[in-house]
Design a protein around this ligand. Structure first.
Ligand code: RP5
Length: 189
């Protein structure tokens, strides 16, 4: 389905009121569009990072965004990590989310070897995560990593959504609805 097609379905669906068409509106809003056909990579330094990084996958699923998860260590499997980053764009990814703890170099390695935007998640594996926060966020000028909070994998996914939404009106509408729901839940206490 073309991006133009999805946009027209979305704008058309805002005018309908019947239960069936409301259902179709919800359904079509969750269909992957052309821009959303870019996948999100979720990589992590160890299987022990899964409980945190799974939050990113769950958030992406809320938006219907395809994602793939890999365990790749900057230190224990550097060749495989580099190979993954080098081929990520060609393999259909639009954003890389990279989580690691301790001397957390994985996001930096992804950024060094890919031109895709890289979102870093510092994992609290030791020192309350302060070590991984600094290792992830303190990138030298020229090779940026957009670093979220310690264990902030859900926000990493939301940042990936925002990046993909720049070129995708349907996804932008989903993100706006997510924010509206969040505000309503917050006000409801
Ligand atoms: C990092 O060291 C991993 O990302 C993980 O957060 C931490 C501990 O790794 P394991 O000892 O559990 O493999 O490389």
């Amino acid at each position: 389905m073309s991006r133009r097609g999805v946009t027209s379905v979305t704008s058309r669906s805002t005018k309908v009121t019947s239960p069936l068409l409301t259902f179709l509106e919800l359904f079509f809003d969750r269909l992957p569009s052309e821009a959303m056909s870019k996948k999100v990579a979720i990589v992590m330094g160890s299987g022990s990072d899964r409980p945190v990084m799974e939050k990113a996958g769950r958030m992406l699923e809320q938006f219907g965004i395809e994602h793939e998860t890999r365990v790749l260590s900057a230190h224990k499997t550097p060749d495989q990590a580099i190979e993954f980053a080098e081929n990520a764009a060609a393999n259909g990814f639009g954003v890389i989310i990279a989580g690691a703890g301790k001397a957390a170099h994985l996001a930096g390695v992804m950024a060094a070897k890919s031109l895709l935007p890289v979102v870093g998640v510092p994992i609290a594996a030791s020192l309350d995560g302060m070590d991984s926060l600094l290792a992830t966020v303190q990138m030298p000028t020229g090779i940026p990593v957009a670093t979220v909070a310690i264990d902030g994998a859900a926000n990493a996914a939301l940042l990936a959504v925002a990046i993909l939404a720049v070129d995708d009106e349907a996804l932008t509408a989903q993100l706006a609805r997510y924010r509206k729901d969040l505000a309503e839940k917050t006000l409801a206490g």
